[in-house]
Design a protein around this ligand. Sequence first.
Ligand code: PLP
Length: 418
Amino acid sequence: MRLSSFGEKFAGDSGISGLMDDLGAALADDPTLLFMGGGNPGRIESVQAAFASRLVDIAEDRGQRHQLLGLYQEPQGDRVFRDELARFLGREYGWSIGAENIALANGSQSAFFVLYNLFAGPASDGSERQIHLPMCPEYVGYRDIGLSHHFFTATRPRIERFDDGQFKYHVDAEALSLSESTAALCVSRPSNPTGNVISDAEVAALDQLAKARDIPLILDGAYGQPFPGLIKEAATAFWNDNSILMLSLSKLGLPGVRSGLVIARPEIAQAFSRANTVVSLACGTLGPQLLRGMLDDGSLMQLCRKDIQPYYSERRDLAIRAIEAGRGDLPVWIHKPEGAFFLWLWCEGLPIDSFTLYERLKKRGVIVLPGNDFFIATGDDWPHSRECLRISYAGDQQTIDAGIALIMSELQQTYNSL
Ligand code: PLP
C-alpha cells in the first residue's frame, strides 16, 4: 500500500492509536482486566433510563422519527436544538448567543480536528502557525490531530505542593510566551488528564493574552459547564466573542451518540461548519434529538445535578481514600481532583518510566494510561513527564478498590527495587 504523507501520518500506529490498539488487544485477551484506562463515562442506570425513555418517545412519534432517521440537517446542525441551547446559555450565564453562534459536530474529537486545522498549519502568507497549550499535560486526543508537523507548542505548568500529599498545576504566567506564529490557545477545563480546573483569574489572563494577539482562546469543556458539570471547585463558565467553547454529549453518558458542540462567534461557527460539511456532509441527528426539550424544561440539568455529579464525586472520594491508604511514605502525589473523572498521579523519582509502569500494571491485571503521551510539545528534558499516570474512577467500586490496590502494590515494589 503506497500512502500519501497524510496516509502515513494518520494511518500509522504511532501515538494514541497505537496505545488504543494495545488496550483493545489486552482487553480482548483478558476481559477480566480492571479497566481504569479509557475515557468512558460511568454506567449510570438512571441516566441511561432517562435517555432510553426519550428514545422511545422519538421512535413512537412519526414526525420526530423522520427528523431522527430520514433527514440531513443543515450545515450548522439541528436548528431547533441550537435555538434551545442558545436560549439556555443566555438564561443560565447571560451570554448573548443565538443559533448562529452554535455549530454541531459528530463528536468533539472530530470538531477539534477541523477547528485546529482551520487555524494552525501552513498559511497562504508562507508562515507556519501552531496551537499553543498554555498548561500542558493536555488531552492526548489533540496530539496527532495536526495535518502538518510541529503543530503544537506548549508551556509547562508551575507546580504547587500541599501538605496532604496533593499537588496542583497552575498556568505559569512567567514562562508562557507566545509568538507571531501562535494560532490559538487551547486548554481543557476541567483538564483531561489531570482533573485540574484553571481558575477564573487564569482564564481571564489567557483571554487577555489571546485578545492582545487577536487569536482565539479555545476552552475544551467536555467535562465542564454547563453539562455534565463535573467541577468540584467554584468556577465560572466562560465564553466571549474571542473564545471558542467546545462541548460534548459524551460525558453525559452518551459517547456512542457522537455529538459535539462548537460555540463561537458566527464567523467562526460558519467557517467551522463549512469545513465540517466537506468532511462529514451533515451532523448526526441523534444527540440533538435526544436533548431537545431537556434544556427548556430543566430535566437535563436536573439529571446532571442529581445523578451524574454525585456518582463521580462519590467515586472520586473512594479513589483518593484508596490511594492514601496504599501509598505509605512513597513520594506519590495526587493532583488536586477538581473536576472530570480522573486522578493524575505524580510518582516523583519513579525508577522506571510511566510506559514501563503501565506495561507492568497491565501484566498484574489493571489498565491505566501512562502519562508520557499527555505531555505534548513540552520537550524531552523534563523527568516529570515520565513520572505520571492517569487513573479513571468512572468504573464501579470494586474496580476502583481492586485496581488501586494493585497500582499501589506495584509502586511499592518498583520504588523498593531502587
Ligand atoms: N476533549 C476531551 C478533554 C476529552 O477527554 C474527550 C474524550 O475523551 C474529547 C474532547 C472528545 O470527546 P468526544 O469526541 O467523545 O466528544
